[in-house]
Structures are given as C-alpha cells and as structure tokens.
Ligand binder design. Sequence first.
Ligand code: PEP
Ligand code: MN
Length: 337
Amino acid sequence: MIVVMSQEASREQVEAVLRKIEEFGLQTHPIYGVQKTVIGVIGDDKTKVVETMAGYPGVEQIIPILKPYKFASRETHPQDTVIGVSGVEIGGDRVVVMAGPCAVESREQILNSARLVKMAGGSILRGGAYKPRTSPYSFQGLGEEGLCFLAEAREETGLPVVTELTDPRKIDLMCEYADIIQVGARNMQNFVLLTEIGRSGHPVLLKRGPSSKIEDLLLAAEYIIKEGNRNIILCERGISTFETHTRNTLDLSAVAALKRLSHLPVVVDPSHSVGVASIIPAMTLAAVAAGADGLLIEIHPNPNAALCDGPQSLDFETFTGLMSRIRKVAQAIGREA
Ligand code: PEP
Ligand code: MN
C-alpha cells in the first residue's frame, strides 16, 4: 500500500503519519521527493490504515497495491483451485455440467430429471428445495421433503447434488443433504449466511448478485474463504441492465475477468442469465468457449407444467442435443465435457 502525502504536508504531518502507521504494527518506507512525500506501507493487515487515515492531516491519497480479496485472489494463490465433489472435479480440464429442475416438485419429477441428466452425460444434479421467490404467494419449495427426494435421486444415479440454502439456521441440515450448497444471487451479500458456510467447510456455489460488481462477488467469496473454506465455485448468472428482452444480461466477460483475478473455478448459469429457453443453447456454448469451468442448466420433464422457471427450462430432448454440442465446443478449446 502507498500513502501519498499532499504537496503542502509539513514535515511534522509526515512524521505523525509514519508514527501512526507504525503503531498499527506495520513497516514504513518513506520516499521524500522534491514535491511530495510518498510512504510505502508493508505488513499483513493494512485495513486500519484505510479505515483511519484517509482524512488524516496531510494525507492526499491511499493506494492499495494488493487486491482487497486477499485469499480469493490469484496474487496469493497463483495456481487454479480444483474442487473435488464426490468424485467430480470442478476447475480442472473437464467442463462440468450441472443440470436439473429449478425446484424439486415431486419424487417422480426429480427422479426422472436425475436419470436424464445422468444419461445425457451431466455430472451434477441441481434442484431447489427452498426457493427464494419474489412473491410470498409463489411456490416456495418442498423444504426438507424435497431434500429427501434429492437424496433418493443421488442414491439411484450416483450424481452429487447442488441445492440452495436460504437460511443460515438450516446449515447442518444442508450439509447432510447437499454435496454443494448453493448461495443464490439474492443472498450473495447475506454475510451471516456466507460466514456460516465458511465455517462449515462445505463446497459452495456462490452466485453473483444481479447488481453486483465482479469485485463485490470476490469480496463475498472472501467472507467464506476467510473462515478457512476454499471450496468455492463462482457463478455468473446474469446481471440487471436496461435490456428487457432477456431476464438478465449474461456478462460473459466476467468469466475471463474472474479467471484472471481469482484462482477459484467459475461456472455460468445460462438459464437465469437469459430466462428464455430458445436463447439458452447459444449462450451455453458461448460460456464454454469463454472458458467457463462448468454450467448450471435448468431442465424439466414438462417445462409448460413447471412450478418455477418453466419458460427458461429446457426439455429433455433439447438438453440431450445441447450436451453433444457442449462436448464439441469443449474439445475445440482443448477441454473435455
Ligand atoms: C436458482 O438457481 O434456482 C436461482 C434461484 O437462481 P438465482 O439465485 O441465480 O436467481
Ligand atoms: Mn430457477
């Protein structure tokens, strides 16, 4: 970190700033220029400098050198993190396909979906048992019963399960049923939830909030990782823009940006990104081409009858066809799927 003193700063002010920084247990390296003095600050935790010294007499600017998301950053962990989930590796050479319905609606619906995901070559089953719905009158999910159906589908097909946790009080229940805990876009900045998941050490799929910057997503990941949990999969799922043709706008540049800034795996959810089934296949293939480590795709045995997100759910035939195209694009860029 560099503290830039203003041109008018007196010698006494520079010395007071040096003393204050050293009181925080940090090292100072002042460079006395003709016009200005700048102070290099070295040490592990520089948050106190940022918090207390921005308005200090004589201080003009504080410039961080390292990223504020210390443990999620590639600066501190240059090699890619590969997360192992019940035999499936996320963040390695293989593009991992996670698919299933938006919500678990019945035993039959999730079992049929799981069989199809398995048959088509998907690796992980998705399905929400607790649904964060905009309206309190919409279907809220089957709750624990839904988790039991997911467990049955997992048992039969061997597919690990990703499902959303909306309430930090249910963390133990979730750890029992979910191979990967999903943090939904609406909860990306639910810091109590993030901290609990961090403490659990359980693999987590962290979705980007619809109005969150890339840096906000990485700082949310930092809440989890700082508790000692490195098993974080970042997920781009579309952001709010002025465009209304699609549900959200898929920010594919976020994939490349996140892969550059962080060592954590990045997956794309084309379903919530665009919200329109006919546009999803194209965006899915684009996500693979852009370097996504995985995909989260909503499918349904009968999209027209879905209790949640039917218009963006792919039917089984479309999904099966899409899987073979995903493989071709993955191969074209030197990966597998
Ligand atoms: C979901 O995956 O079903 C979901 C609710 O997604 P998001 O949090 O991205 O809206
Ligand atoms: Mn959904």
